[in-house]
Design a protein around this ligand. Structure first.
Ligand code: FA5
Length: 346
């Protein structure tokens, strides 16, 4: 009687196993779990048969018990084999999906690059360092005296309006140009002197070609007999290094309180070569900096005898030169730091 029940359970198990084998993926996992609980679990068919052992006559108990155990082990082994085959198939499938195609091009690591303002500043410094200039650093928070008075701009002089300055405390400003470095350098180092002062400057300006913070590079050379011709020669070397080797330089008369005479310096347009285009507004020339022969009063303010020494000074805007060099339409591109823009300078 029990024997028949065992055989029937075995047959039913095998049929369910065959069905489970045909299922796929999550359905197969579910079918195998159900099979396990229905036949071998706590309330499964086998447990029921075990319970019914108590009704088997004592003489038959050993044989029946043995059969029950043998079949149970058989079914457990069959189920385990099926579970393992299923797990192996799942692993193989995952590995096949994850396969690395070593023939694909490798991902390039994202490399940084120097900011265009840094590139241009370095290029400018390089041009002048080759001519015997050394770098001198001045403070960004400056006295009104160094920013104006010592540079021959008295408190009520209209030239102060040229630079709309940020006033901090009494007598203290954010420097509106790098020219105060001329004063500090001459007072500290004396003459003869050849210095360049690169750095940040600040003005109450804000539009597509004017920024409240920008960078200038100041140049100063004071020796026994320097003239405008020396200034022109040096600026030509600079312009050819920073723009193209055929760049020309011209002077136009101008005014700065700290230089006399003063000039605005133009370079021939690097985009059209001087023929006239959008960049140079049809003139063939682009203004790049202010310069001149150091005013006698400035030398006197630094304890230098203007009858013995003469020098020239110039001040350029790094953003402006960068815009001209790369044909940029808006200065703000240089401060927004959009990676798509910066990447183009790699
Ligand atoms: C000066 O600042 C003088 N100190 C330059 C100088 C030095 C003349 C030594 C003579 C001797 P200016 O205000 O023109 O000059 O400014 C110089 C350059 O700074 C300009 O040509 C321009 O390129 C740049 N610049 C001026 N204002 C701004 C601004 N708001 N944003 C960006 N660049 C500016």
């Amino acid at each position: 009687m029990l024997q028949q029940k065992i055989e029937a359970l075995k047959a039913s198990f095998q049929q369910s196993l065959t069905e489970a084998r045909l299922a796929e993926g999550a359905k197969k996992a579910e079918a195998l779990a159900q099979l396990k609980s229905a036949f071998l679990g706590k309330n499964g068919g086998f447990t029921e048969l075990m319970k019914s052992m108590k009704d088997v006559p004592a003489a038959e108990k050993p044989a029946a018990g043995k059969l029950l155990n043998t079949v149970k082990q058989e079914l457990e082994a069959a189920l385990k084999a099926e579970e393992e085959a299923f797990a192996a198939a799942k692993r193989a499938e995952a590995l096949a999906k994850d396969k690395i195609d070593i023939t694909l091009p490798a991902k390039k690591p994202a490399l940084g690059s120097l900011h265009p303002l840094t590139l241009v500043r370095e290029k400018i410094l390089q041009a002048f360092l080759g001519l015997g200039f050394e770098v001198y650093d001045g403070p960004e928070i400056e006295t009104e005296y160094h920013s104006f008075e010592a540079l021959n701009i008295p408190a009520d002089h209209p030239a102060r309006d040229m630079q709309d300055t940020f006033y901090m405390a009494d007598g203290i400003v954010l420097r509106p140009h790098t020219s105060p470095a001329q004063i500090r350098a001459m007072q500290q180092k004396g003459v003869p002197i050849r210095i360049l002062c690169p750095g940040r400057v600040f003005r109450a300006d804000d539009d597509a070609t004017h920024s409240p913070m920008f960078h200038q590079i100041e140049g100063l050379a004071v020796e026994k007999n320097l003239s405008l011709a020396d200034l022109k020669g040096i600026l030509e070397v600079f312009a050819k290094t920073v723009f193209t080797p055929d760049t020309k330089v011209r002077f136009r008369p101008s005014f700065f309180p700290f230089t006399e005479p003063s000039v605005e310096v133009d370079v021939s347009c690097s985009m059209c070569g001087g023929k006239g285009c959008r960049l140079c507004k049809g003139t063939g020339w682009i203004e790049i900096l202010g310069a001149g022969i150091v005013n006698r009063h400035v030398l006197e303010n630094c304890g230098v005898d203007p009858d013995q020494y003469r020098g020239f000074a110039f001040g350029l805007g790094v953003e402006r030169i960068t815009m001209i060099k790369y044909g940029l339409p808006d200065m703000r591109l240089l401060f927004e730091n959009d990676v798509r823009f910066l990447e183009q300078f790699r």
